[in-house]
Design a protein around this ligand. Structure first.
Ligand SMILES: [Zn+2]
Ligand SMILES: [Zn+2]
Length: 379
């Protein structure tokens, strides 16, 4: 494969632009529109960019939120931002070699802004917008990519800062999840909330991220782990992921949680839905002095209402966890090594795999709240 060598430095004429790459991708044409597999044209990798052949990509709730209008997006849009693949072509000056197995990173850090220099690269001022213009559809319409990636496609062309090398040979349907659900869930427990052994935890919303939070809480040594969802069907998944109890999200929730925590409420509640009602539910089942960590990404106009006296008297902390308060360049290789060693078992997270042609059905299942993570496999 050409293009792996850095371009010669010095005052030569730039080489003529390489032709675009045509790939099949899952495209949303608008809010509520039927999802379709379309042929799209991506630019060839430029300086410091790489083309990655996708092997597996997870269907994350944030993708669904763009399709159903919860998160503002621009269309036509290639969905997907949680994936693993192989570097197929490296643009001029790229340090990556063709054949390197990688996980995609939807928040590549600039390493130069105030937040990056302050040790908070997940808050980088250069953070990718929800949708980024790049490439075009087969009929020549300008295309947008989810979180700068558009990973539910045969290939992506991205800055090399948006890929993280991982050991070769990991099961791709599991490795894909390291880039969003697992990094977010594990990071929320270890870096944001800092759950300690013996503490009590509640997790509201048992999708891919919520289940990743559950198993991370278990590994962190939490002894009471309450899994909460509106769907009774999540009970078995929750217990398999490490929950000690499953509770239905109804008006008895607070009481049920207190009954399992000596009437206090939990030390840590994780809200993995992104809704005002579940953030309030998380707040209510947390003990005085406890912490509510919001992991779900909600809508701009969904307002959370809390009483001023309640805020003071409860002495609770309410905070959010963006990308698990993690530096993906540092954390993903650690998680990948744990996956390789079998320390990190993601089996319960993967509900099933579908080929790209059936990716729309994975969105239907996610919208119905079925299973944990549905993964689109491309090899
Ligand atoms: Zn995601
Ligand atoms: Zn930065």
């Amino acid at each position: 494969m050409s293009g792996t060598e850095p371009a010669p430095a010095g005052g030569r004429e730039p080489a003529p632009a390489a032709p675009p790459v045509t790939v099949r991708a899952l495209v949303a044409r608008g809010v509520g529109a039927e999802l379709r597999i379309e042929r799209v044209r991506l630019p060839a990798p430029g300086p410091g960019e790489v083309r990655v052949t996708i092997r597996a990509a997870g269907v994350c709730h944030s993708d669904l939120s763009m399709v159903n209008g919860t998160i503002a997006a621009r269309f036509p849009l290639v969905l997907g931002h949680e994936a693993t693949g192989v570097v197929a072509e490296a643009g001029p000056g790229s340090r990556l070699r063709v054949g390197t197995e990688v996980v995609l990173n939807w928040a590549p850090a600039c390493r130069a802004c105030w937040w990056c220099r302050n040790g908070e690269p997940w808050l980088c001022a250069d953070t990718t917008a929800p949708t980024m213009p790049r490439g075009e559809t087969d009929d020549g319409t300008p295309l947008h990519l989810t979180l700068g990636l558009g990973a539910l496609a045969e290939a992506v062309v991205v800055p090399e800062t948006a890929v993280i090398p991982i050991p070769a040979g990991l099961p791709s349907e599991r490795a894909a999840l390291l880039g969003c659900a697992v990094l977010t869930g594990v990071g929320a427990v270890h870096h944001t909330a800092r759950v300690a052994p013996g503490q009590s935890v509640a997790v509201i919303g048992l999708g891919g991220v919520g289940l990743a939070v559950l198993s991370a809480a278990r590994r962190a040594g939490a002894t009471t782990i309450l899994a909460v969802d509106v769907a009774e069907a999540k009970r078995e998944l929750a217990l398999a992921a490490g929950a000690t109890d499953f509770l239905l999200s109804d008006d008895r929730l607070s009481k049920e949680a207190r009954a399992r925590t000596e009437s206090r409420g939990v030390d840590h509640a994780f809200e993995c839905v992104g809704r005002a009602t579940t953030i309030r539910a998380a707040w209510r089942l947390t003990r005085r002095g406890g912490t509510v960590t919001v992991v779900g990404m909600g809508a701009k106009d969904d307002m959370v209402s809390l009483g001023a006296l309640d805020i003071f008297h409860s002495a609770r902390t309410l905070r959010s966890s963006v990308y698990g308060s993690s530096d993906p360049d540092r954390e993903v290789p650690v998680l990948a090594a744990e996956l390789a060693d079998g320390v990190l078992d993601l089996g319960v997270l993967v509900s099933g795999t579908v080929p790209l042609d059936e990716a729309p059905t994975a969105f239907d299942r996610l919208a119905r709240g079925e299973g944990a993570r549905w993964v689109v496999t491309l090899d």
